[in-house]
Design a protein around this ligand. Structure first.
Ligand code: CP
Ligand code: NVA
Length: 303
């Protein structure tokens, strides 16, 4: 049966390990000049309904390096923009392509699309989840701090798509995850409660200092995600106490790392001092998206 990555709930701990091991091996081989060509002759569709720098380019380079051909599809240029049923689009695309990464607004639309596809579908970000980002972020955590299962990971800011995907990863991998979000911007309770039933070390507070205390990893993200531009001003006020700055970082373990999936807004959710400081690993994070996307494509398309 074809395998999708839509929420991370479809992966068990051994799937995570396999992806992380494969990404690390592909990265080492790439750095030593070995070309892995496991996807020669395959075509990979990249449907994007929202802007992207990293996810689009890292999927494109991942596909090209493995010998596949990425095909970028701006949905506005297709019949999707003229209301062709999503299930029809999915069935047609399945006849041409070998795999699809899809960035869109609605998680439900993505899942409807995937249900009508005969080929693997990968969530390249929706309003609800950003699963591949968390896979590559776990790779970055493992490189800098070792086994994520033994760590305290803090999330400070919006209870958004990134937060939801960290929650889903924690549910499977069992690491300690402390989220600090303003009262009105907490994660979806259904996602949170479902994960807490599997891992009691997932907690939620409104106090960023408490979340940061003794953390090995401090994570943040923009205060207004794509599609929430009209809320930017209102959000700025509410989120001000949630800025990741030196005071927050001082609460964390001395050798804590700071992560941000980017794009970052210096002076808003993170100070320039922290983002550019010695504990920031954001450029490794961005690079690892390409290595992890190679592992994702290799494993999903070759099984
Ligand atoms: N981190 C991330 O997904 O970045 P892009 O929006 O540039 O793809
Ligand atoms: N939460 C952000 C992530 C960007 C990669 C957004 O959805 O815009």
């Amino acid at each position: 049966m074809k395998k999708d990555i839509l929420t991370l709930e479809e992966l068990d701990a051994s799937d995570f390990k396999r992806l992380l091991d494969r990404a690390a091996a592909l990265k080492t081989r790439h750095k030593s000049g070995v070309a892995d060509r496991s996807l020669v002759g395959k075509s990979i569709g990249l449907i994007f309904d929202k802007p992207s720098t990293r996810t689009r380019l890292s999927f494109e380079t991942a596909a090209i390096q493995l010998g596949a051909t990425p095909i970028f599809i701006a949905s506005g240029d297709t019949q999707m923009a003229r209301n062709e049923p999503i299930a029809d689009t999915a069935r047609v695309m399945s006849r041409y392509l070998d795999g699809i990464a899809f960035r869109t607004f609605s998680q439900r639309l993505l899942e409807e699309f995937a249900a009508s596809c005969d080929i693997p579908v990968i969530n390249a970000l929706t309003d609800t989840f950003h699963p591949c980002q968390i896979l590559s972020d776990l790779m970055t955590v493992a490189e800098h701090k070792g086994d994520p299962a033994k760590l305290k990971i803090a999330w400070i800011g919006d209870g958004n798509n990134m937060a939801h995907s960290w929650i889903n990863a924690a549910a499977v991998l069992g690491f300690t995850l402390t989220l600090a979000c303003p009262e009105a911007y907490q994660p979806d309770p259904a996602i949170f409660d479902n994960a807490c039933r599997k891992n009691t070390a997932i907690t939620l507070t409104t106090n960023p200092m408490e979340a940061a205390r003794d953390a090995d990893v401090i994570n943040t993200d923009v205060w207004a995600s794509m599609g929430q531009e009209a809320e930017q001003q209102a959000r700025m006020k509410v989120f001000e106490p949630y800025q990741v700055n030196m005071q927050v970082l001082e609460q964390a373990a001395r050798d804590a790392i700071v992560m941000h999936c980017l794009p970052a807004h210096r002076g808003e959710e993170i100070t320039a001092e922290v983002l550019e400081g010695p504990q920031s690993v954001v450029w490794d994070q961005a690079e690892n998206k390409m290595h992890m996307h190679k592992a994702v494509l290799d494993i999903l398309l070759n099984q």
